[in-house]
Write a protein of this length. Structure first.
Length: 190
């Protein structure tokens, strides 16, 4: 709730707010002090509060197939309705997407950017079917991170700070370790 209210307040103050896919490296906007919200989370919140079918009907009425992801359909319906009593969030000034989950997400986020006429910052992660990652792939992804940082700096007028980035990465790593610890408790039966 705080993330959504903070983003709404930032938007009211005239700050730029982004929509971010759950798999985009959030340490980048975090370092720049940007407010981002997550359409997947919003869609899940809307559905959990009983609005999923209504929103899916809106998007299907706009011609979107009921075969695409329900999160995408709810989100695309939000783009038309511009509000949902179950979970509002500010419309985006930019969109951040990473394609390492599914192809639907790429098209969904491209559509959000087009519908709102805002920049889409995309990070393409090459498929890797081995444990080892080739240095060329690392360079390719790193170049995209650098480009995303530059695009966000130009868009927002904010400057990337390496020390803030290290702190954001440290927090992310700490959170990931805590999640793995929680998952490890699944071996126990209460």
């Amino acid at each position: 709730a705080k993330a959504y209210s903070d983003a709404m307040e930032a938007k009211e103050r005239g700050e730029l707010v982004g929509w971010c896919s759950s798999n985009f490296p959030v340490e980048i906007p975090e370092t720049l002090g940007l407010y981002v919200v997550y359409p997947e989370n919003q869609a899940a919140g809307i559905a959990a509060r009983g609005g999923g079918e209504r929103m899916c009907n809106i998007s299907e009425g706009e011609g979107y197939s009921n075969d695409i992801c329900a999160y995408a359909r709810v989100s695309l319906a939000y783009m038309k309705a511009k509000e949902a009593p179950e979970q509002d969030m500010p419309l985006p000034d930019f969109v951040l997407c990473c394609n390492n989950i599914c192809n639907c997400m790429t098209k969904w986020y491209e559509n959000i950017a087009r519908m709102c006429n805002v920049p889409l910052i995309m990070i393409d992660i090459p498929y890797n079917n081995t444990v080892d990652v080739h240095d060329d792939n690392v360079k390719y992804v790193r170049a995209q991170f650098d480009k995303a940082i530059k695009q966000l700096e130009e868009l927002t007028g904010k400057k990337f700070d390496e020390k803030k980035f290290e702190k954001a990465c440290s927090n992310a790593n700490r959170t990931a370790q805590a999640w793995l610890k929680v998952c490890d408790y699944l071996q126990y039966k209460p």
